[in-house]
Ligand binder design. Sequence first.
Ligand SMILES: [Zn+2]
Length: 235
Amino acid sequence: MTIALLAALLIAPTGEAYTMMQNDYGAGLYWRQMPIKFSVNPENPFGLTEDEVEDAVLTAAESWETVGAAIEFEYLGFTDTRDMGFDQENVIYFSDEWDQGDSKAAMTYNWTTEDGAIVSFDVGINANGFEWTVDELDPVMDIENVMAHELGHVLGLGHSDIDDLATMWESTSSGELIKRSLRPDDENGLLANYGADVPMGLACSSAGGNTGSGLGWLVGMAAAGLCLQRRRRQD
Ligand SMILES: [Zn+2]
């Protein structure tokens, strides 16, 4: 079964096995500002405790943080929010009203500026079509396994083209745990996206250029604000 493809975003080969996500303008997606803040809504129909859900998500985030790329997550705690939307709150939640396709186990939604800067995200977990666990011996969908994949999308990575053991491989299955562990291909993708300096001279997105195309497309005042706060990062 397929894990979520990014809605409204195109994925382009880079010549490596890993791929980067691009927006409709052809700009690669990445976070310009760190840390990437997020909250977790642990409410679920599977009998998993708040701590179990939290631990699975945070462990997945830590896998990416320990690569050595210039990224950082900041966990803000629990939230009651459980819907997708550009609302300044980045939430990972179980959806019991899943409408993103029966084969999709989870879906990452990124909002970006025209030049590819991700400014917000949500991750929905399909609680209708799949059963979820944090138990390695339980042959259903493993939260950490899938969250490692979805957080790769959150970071702007697309699907790996050739490494079917990669976290960013495009499909998963019940009981699978291999995506918990990043492969060199995943790490190379992250380093390619964040290891290099962010050019200071990059033109700011033009404020007010809202095209409204695609899912939650954001170009406008928020983009201008981001330009003002952009700073140089180094690996
Ligand atoms: Zn995916």
